[in-house]
Design a protein around this ligand. Sequence first.
Ligand code: HEM
Length: 445
Amino acid sequence: MTDQLSGVPVAPDRLPLIGHSVAIIRNPLEFMASLSDVGDVVQIFLGPRPVYLVTTPELIRQVSLNENNFRRDELAESIKDICVNSVNILTGKEHELRRRMIAPAFKQARLADYAVVTAEIANRWAASFEDGQDVNLMSSAHRVVLETVSSTLFTGDFTAHAQDQIREDIPWLLTEVVRRGSLPASVRNARLLANWRFKVRSKRLREAIGEVVTQYRRNDTDQSDVLSALIRHTDQLTGTTLSDEEIIDELILVMAGGVGSQASLLGWILHEVISKPDVAEKLYRELDDVVGAGPVRPEHIPALPYLRLVLRETLRMWAPWVSTRTTNGEVTLGDRTLPDGAIVAYSPYMIHRDDEYYENANDFDPERWTPERAATAEQRTSFTFGIGPRRCPGNHYSMLAISIQAAAFLARWQPVADSKYVVKPSNKDFVLSPSAVPVRMRLRA
Ligand code: HEM
């Protein structure tokens, strides 16, 4: 397995023993973006172990649309102490059923309820700054997204105590899940104090969520939130309902997958607007016409077409940098046949930043998404939320929430960026976040 598969090109600058690990940790974006010319499938080495990176949209589609060719056991192993059976690690029929079970939580009618809560929190957030105040908008974005996601998961005030504890644990969960995911299994499973602490705290978090689930079942009313949707749904085809443990798994996945990624994108959208006067001018004009000085309401969002273009362009520029799968038996990709158990990866970021697929791919150009300009080819190479059976179920909600938050903030504020600070991507999550967005707040005239 650790042998090089003959005929598949290897990424340049492989070092003995450590392979490409250091290059990836140091600058994953530059590393990924440098590989598209090397071949359709490129071997990169994490230590001695090869990872097969597919570098064309066609092969990414082939991987994503043929889910049965892949397993999730490596991912499952890496998160087993906190999440046992969530949708992202189930495969085949079990995955299909779980997708049906969680779908009602993301239905349009529910999104309308979540949008009301999201707008309330976003308007409160926008009103919380002072003129002339120095703020790091990235940490601020993280806080507002955390509050919003936890409030859309469970709102019932009869569970206040457990909710407080869960909210306190989410930042810890996010940091740990990402950190542990980058460690080899041998280190994660070693008898170390840090691993023991992780298990103890994971158990405590699961118990706190379990307490909320019990209270919801007892209360038996629809609270218009994610938890109510998960508890109340019965699958029409099989009569299945979700057990408490399964619900705990799904709630943890939403927290781990939804908070960091949304916060990063909210941070990027604010950074892009603040640092690009031509984009800012058009957006401010649109916000003035539709929202005025605020507060923003969910029904404003469909009337903000330029904001939508800016969001789509932000999602293109700052797409997840990597996604992985493990082959389930021999799998042929293009003219290469990979062995059973091989790790296959692709990078939405790499495709989205390639001039072959997007004209001047490194330019922030929202108008490329206007109906006149967005070619079908561009739509087909857009991988921010994945495609196929594992496409992100939170995509519509994320776009709505980020739009509401950005609109609420920008309707009121026109901050000035700290000119001495260079914003860099930081790889703490699968969507890279801005290292910081330091600004001085300025009220809009
Ligand atoms: C803007 C922020 C987000 C981005 C960029 C994003 C991106 C993605 C991507 C690329 C995948 C597919 C990964 C793969 O191919 O294996 C995915 C899966 C998933 N996402 Fe998101 N996501 C975001 C926000 C959210 C939110 C807010 C939620 C929940 C409320 C969520 C829930 C999930 C779940 C449950 C899966 C697993 C789906 C499955 O395996 O069937 N995501 N996400």
